[in-house]
Design a protein around this ligand. Structure first.
Ligand SMILES: [Zn+2]
Length: 295
């Protein structure tokens, strides 16, 4: 177990939604209980309490309630997961979390600046106890027991600039801040027309995504040679964060995406024989040490 947390001070962020193309103002407010709750101020404060049952995949992770939605929650949820922020109100005047620069780095900076507040309540971890694999058309995610939260991700793109990239990281604050959070989302020029016809990627631009033509990257330079696979790790953390507990175990993803990520999340909530709640103080102390060392 570890102590629950919130933020010390309010955080204001503003930016464009990558899919909606609309400018959104977002206010993160400390909360002492109640989990992570998105509140649509443009819809009479309609609340979306973050949990796997209201999550869907549609080129991003979307929370749906009463026919309304909060789009592209994954980079923000990944950041909250890493800092162990369990309770928070997120007020928004529109339907999508701002994409910022396409990465989670702006959210990390905002939270470090606001500070983290420990709460008296405790949070149990979820420890994987048995292996399993979920396939989807030759793509898969497998998971198995291990003594820390770890992700291995492999991507294969028939594109000379990406090709095959594979990485394994223990998922902790230090690795997240330096190796994963700055990795930006990416897309292909050839898909833009198709996506926009579906009302997607309307806010995508060279400022908030790595954009590739048939042969190369058309904007700027990479932050890491394998930035693409690092971003996929960020997306998976954000989707696993829907489970609402710290995780202990290894997830191995091969050519996956939000839809497969959410299948794993749903499998886990429906299959309690594959994990158990960890409530001993060893985990609590481990996370506490990690936290003190890195913040
Ligand atoms: Zn992403």
């Amino acid at each position: 177990m570890r102590e629950e947390r919130t933020i010390q001070k309010e955080i204001f962020l503003s930016g464009i939604g990558i899919h909606s193309g609309k400018r959104i103002d977002m206010l993160l407010k400390p909360a002492t209980s109640g989990g992570i709750v998105f509140r649509r101020t443009d819809l009479d404060n309609l609340e979306f309490k973050v949990n796997p049952h209201i999550a869907r995949a549609n080129y991003s992770t979307v929370l749906i309630k009463d026919g309304y939605q909060i789009r592209t929650v994954e980079h923000l949820l990944a950041t909250l997961y890493i800092f162990g922020i369990d309770n928070l109100i997120i007020e928004m005047n529109g339907e999508e979390v701002p994409i910022m620069d396409g990465s989670a780095a702006p959210f990390v900076q905002a939270i470090l600046k606001a500070g983290i507040k420990l709460l008296p309540s405790k949070k149990k971890a979820i420890r994987l106890t048995k292996p399993f694999i979920i396939n989807e058309n030759g793509n898969y995610i497998e998971f198995y027991p291990e003594n820390e939260f770890k992700i291995t991700y492999t991507i294969e793109f028939d594109h000379p600039f990406i090709q095959t990239q594979s990485l394994t990281f223990p998922i902790n604050i230090k690795n997240f801040v330096t190796e994963i959070a700055p990795a930006r989302t990416f897309g292909f020029l050839k898909d833009v027309k198709k996506l926009r016809a579906k009302g997607l990627a309307l806010g995508g631009s060279l400022e908030n995504a790595l954009v590739l033509d048939d042969n190369s990257l058309i904007n700027g330079s990479l932050r890491y040679p394998d930035e693409f696979v690092r971003h996929k790790i960020l997306d998976l953390i954000g989707d696993l964060a829907l489970l609402g507990h710290p995780l202990i175990g290894h997830f191995k993803a091969f050519r996956a995406g939000h839809s497969l990520h959410l299948k794993v999340v749903n499998f886990l909530i429906n299959s309690q024989e594959f994990w158990k709640y960890e409530d001993n103080e060893i985990i609590y102390n481990f996370l506490k040490t990690l936290n003190n060392k890195n913040l």
